[in-house]
Design a protein around this ligand. Structure first.
Ligand SMILES: Nc1ncnc2c1ncn2[C@@H]1O[C@H](COP(=O)(O)OP(=O)(O)OP(=O)(O)O)[C@@H](O)[C@H]1O
Length: 253
């Protein structure tokens, strides 16, 4: 079904003990758009991200993907519904090469990770597809390099390649430029722009210049709730947003 909004949250909330980390969040992510979620430290962005990707169970509300309520689905089932999140390449996979990381992601996407009896031909097929994905993110020359030996920027690019391996309609990226130096930010921003074509992307991002250059729409969270929403010009001139960042954001906006 094609709906105007690829992803929606309705009355989404999550309590930790008596504390609401996310409360009454209504979010609509328009199909084909890049939508950013920003907010000061502790605003609830990560919690919200984890709720939307079903990594965390909501205390209240529902999540609608392509018009279907996925609130009761398990994380593992969400990928089959066309939504995938970026994962940091986990410690387990750092010794594997870039190509192997993408191949595992491809196998996971196809549910063939444990089907060892598959003929070798299909491994060759997976390798071809994995190389295409590496090329897509500019890592074709790093295929044989262990993930742990990649530069910071290249690790992030590899994470995007492993997310793309699932060919998601809806892609959620959690702080893709976190901890990056200036030299890596621009290429990753361009990469996100490129791989977003034909998909819907929700991105949690601290770097406001990345947000301003990528996002069609921005939701600002504060203290677990939506403070405001709009395009970059709108939210960056909103006094409440500036106040929420306690002025520190003014220089960046
Ligand atoms: N598992 C948890 N148990 C208790 N409190 C939590 C838990 N996870 C998050 N919180 C609290 O919920 C609030 C929102 O946290 P969250 O990490 O979602 O914010 P954030 O906007 O992602 O922050 P940052 O920008 O610093 O990453 C914080 O006050 C945090 O301490």
């Amino acid at each position: 079904m094609t709906t105007e909004y690829a992803l929606e949250a309705r009355g989404l909330g999550r309590k930790f003990g008596a504390f609401w980390a996310v409360k009454d969040v209504d979010l609509k992510v328009r199909r084909g758009s890049i939508h950013a979620m920003i907010g000061p430290n502790g605003a609830g962005k990560t919690t919200c991200f984890n709720l939307l990707t079903k990594t965390l169970q909501p205390s209240t509300g529902s999540i609608i993907l392509n018009g279907e309520d996925i609130s009761r689905l398990r994380t593992s089932d969400v990928a089959t519904q066309g939504m995938a999140r970026s994962f940091q390449i986990s410690a387990t996979f750092t010794q594997m090469t870039a190509l192997e990381n993408v191949r595992v992601a491809l196998q996971a996407g196809k549910g063939t990770a444990y089907r060892f009896w598959r003929p070798l031909g299909s491994i060759a097929h997976l390798n071809t597809r994995a190389m295409e994905l590496l090329e897509n993110v500019g890592l074709q020359d790093s295929a044989g390099v262990a993930a742990s030996d990649l530069s910071y920027g290249k690790k992030r690019a590899l994470e995007i390649a492993t997310t793309l391996a699932l060919d998601p309609q809806v892609m959620l990226l959690d702080e893709p430029t976190a901890g990056m130096g200036h030299e890596d930010i621009e290429p990753i921003t361009e990469l996100i722009r490129k791989v977003s074509v034909g998909r819907t992307v929700l991105i949690v991002e601290h770097n406001l210049s990345v947000v301003s250059s990528l996002s069609d729409r921005i939701t600002v969270l504060q203290a677990g709730q939506i403070l405001t929403e709009g395009n970059y010009a709108e939210v960056s001139s909103d006094e409440r947003v500036i106040a929420a960042y306690m002025g520190g954001v003014e220089d960046a906006l």
